[in-house]
Ligand binder design. Structure first.
Ligand code: ATP
Ligand code: MG
Length: 192
């Protein structure tokens, strides 16, 4: 199985669709946000560092994230296929991912971009704040995360297009979670 990078703004559904893809294709899953939240919960040094960035809606330094990612990747059997959820988020992270995989004789596989309007994203994140109580899901921090997304992460979309691996899925066009999933599965099957 090829690797998959799932890409999109905060609240676009990266975690939700990753879980569906993992179940169907038996892939490994790395959510950098989940890794960091687990470190915070465990009270580690990394967790303390992560908390200050996350609470401010800022990204952690690239070098730190790249180390975390390479470590997590090496926990999976070679060739299983891993879905990267929340990484890369900057162009240096993307360059590092490509290099890290090449060193192992692997490649990035395909990139899935989830396109969702900002009003829908805000509604979802505020609902998630009530359901899951994530500290960074409050209106002020969400706005910072959107700004960080636009300035640091969104430009990566074209980087993936130049790599020839971008596939986009629009919530406005596909209309529902089922519609999104059907289109995503079809694209994965075509690539396999
Ligand atoms: P969602 O999970 O709904 O898509 P999100 O993308 O904002 O929302 P996570 O991916 O869980 O949330 O990330 C939460 C926070 O963890 C980010 O705001 C950032 O502070 C930090 N983080 C996660 N991944 C990275 C990364 N690759 N580089 C830098 N910081 C990261
Ligand atoms: Mg997530």
């Amino acid at each position: 199985m090829k690797n998959i990078i799932i890409f999109g703004a905060p609240g676009s559904g990266k975690g939700t669709y990753s879980d569906e893809i993992v179940t169907k294709y038996h892939m490994g899953h790395i959510s950098t946000g989940d890794v960091l939240r687990a470190q915070i919960k465990a009270g580690t040094e990394l967790g303390k560092t992560a908390q200050s960035y996350i609470d401010n809606g800022q990204l952690l330094p690239d070098e730190l994230m790249i180390d975390i990612l390479a470590n997590a990747y090496d926990q999976f059997p070679a060739g299983q296929g891993v879905i990267f959820d929340g990484f890369p988020r900057t162009i240096p992270q993307a360059e590092a991912l490509k290099k890290m995989l090449a060193e192992r004789g692997h490649d990035m596989g395909m990139m899935i971009e989830l396109i969702v309007g900002e009003d829908v994203l805000m509604q979802r994140l505020l609902r998630r704040a009530i359901e899951q109580g994530r500290a960074d899901d409050n209106e002020e921090t969400i706005k910072k995360r959107f700004a960080v997304y636009h300035s640091q992460t969104a430009p990566l979309s074209d980087w993936f297009a130049k790599e020839g691996i971008r596939h986009t899925f629009s919530w406005a066009e596909l209309g529902s979670k089922e519609g999104m999933l059907e289109a995503i599965f079809k694209t994965i099957d075509e690539q396999a």
